[in-house]
Design a protein around this ligand. Structure first.
Ligand SMILES: NC(=O)c1ccc[n+]([C@@H]2O[C@H](COP(=O)([O-])OP(=O)(O)OC[C@H]3O[C@@H](n4cnc5c(N)ncnc54)[C@H](O)[C@@H]3O)[C@@H](O)[C@H]2O)c1
Ligand SMILES: [Zn+2]
Ligand SMILES: [Zn+2]
Length: 342
């Protein structure tokens, strides 16, 4: 079986590893045939040697679409022939957050594709607790996007959005999906910002109420005009830059909630006096729980979340590195790149 390994930043090598297709499965194990793998910003950091929590070689692949090939004797959630994906979180089950059901922030969290081997190979074995069955009608590229959708499902579950006005700052894949989920969860008006008209146009194609390019010198006035007297009560920071956080802090209504989704290359400064005096709440969010995957599947299969505008390109597995070349070349015009594993 051929495995794609990131040997060091910038270099992917194919290594022949032990075939697992005839391995005897444990009772709770599932053998998957990997069909698609999504590439995301964290993978790009690994590729550039800028991920703080990995050591090389890295086997990538944490967002994927697969077909069930075989199941252990006690498995009931899926059967051979089903389409599926699985959560990539390996957790201890013993620490305090795990015991409270908050295993997404497990003290010993390891994520497949980063601190544990990912799925960049023809077959992969997962345990039933992390499997997520999907409708057989769903194409494999969209199945690979359940993972970023689950990030959106989780981030938007941190606050009550019903009837609220929402500003999402950053219209990359994650911001786009958060904006779509916010609408799904009953938000009144959702506005998304970016510095890229191209990405804002994709947001528009996904049905988001309003978009605003923040490189427009009049952007603050325009945002405030859009929300009018009501203002906005929830912000999602999904760009990971100081100016984006500043915009949310400065323009949200007093008492607002701001969910921090972005990962900051440079630690931002926050005026804590202003924060206290405005009774603003900053809320962290990390990855997802199993129910967020299920929520994402439901939203995708019922077409409440649109994914097609986000898929920029398919690249064959044998040419994995080309995905990164494409992303580098296309920049903002590349959203989700999918590796086709055949
Ligand atoms: N918390 C989590 O669980 C989690 C999970 C996945 C990703 N992330 C993080 O979320 C962020 C978004 O992920 P992504 O894959 O969509 O990344 P991305 O880089 O594709 O998207 C970020 C977007 O922000 C835009 N941007 C830059 N400056 C801006 C500004 N001042 N105002 C508004 N927009 C601005 C960029 O043009 C880009 O479109 C990243 O920081 C990523 O690391 C967090
Ligand atoms: Zn990802
Ligand atoms: Zn734990």
């Amino acid at each position: 079986m051929k495995q794609a390994q990131v040997i060091k930043p910038g270099l992917i090598q194919y290594v022949e590893v032990e075939d697992i297709t005839s391995k005897k499965l444990e009772n709770n194990e599932i053998l998957l045939k990997i069909r698609t793998i999504g590439v995301c910003g964290s993978d790009i950091h690994v590729m550039h040697g800028q991920h703080p929590a990995v050591t090389y070689p890295v086997i990538q692949g944490h967002e994927y679409g697969a077909e069930v090939v075989a199941v252990g004797v006690s498995v009931t959630k899926v059967k051979p022939g089903d389409k599926a994906t699985a959560r990539p979180q390996l957790v201890c089950g013993e620490c305090s957050p795990c015991k409270k059901g908050r295993y997404n922030v497990c003290q010993h969290l390891r994520v497949q594709g980063f601190q544990a081997p990912g799925v960049a190979q023809s077959h992969f074995i997962v345990t039933e607790d992390r499997i997520v069955k999907v409708d057989n009608e769903l194409p494999f590229d969209k199945i690979a996007m359940i993972e970023p959708c689950a990030v959106g499902a989780h981030a938007t579950s941190q606050v009550n959005l019903a009837g609220k006005n929402v500003l999402v700052s950053g219209a990359g894949t994650i911001g786009n999906l958060i904006a779509q989920f916010a609408k799904n969860r009953g938000a009144k008006n959702v506005l998304i910002t970016d510095v890229s008209d191209y990405r804002l146009d994709i947001a528009r194609q996904c049905g988001i109420d309003a978009v605003q390019n923040v490189s427009d010198p009049l952007h603050e006035e325009k945002i405030n005009r859009f929300f009018g007297e009501e203002g906005f009560q929830v912000g999602f920071e999904v760009a990971g830059v100081q100016s984006s956080l500043d915009l949310l802090l400065k323009n949200s209504e007093k008492g607002s909630e701001i969910v921090i989704v972005g990962v900051y290359a440079d630690n931002p400064r926050v005026n804590m006096y202003y924060l206290g005096e405005h009774e603003l709440k900053l809320i962290g969010t990390l990855m997802y729980l199993h129910e967020d995957y299920l929520e994402a599947v439901k939203a995708i299969t019922s077409n409440r979340i649109l994914l097609s505008p986000l898929i920029s390109k398919h690249i064959p597995f044998d040419n994995y590195i080309e995905a990164y070349h494409f992303i580098e070349k296309e920049k903002e015009k590349s959203m989700k790149v999918i590796i086709d594993v055949e």
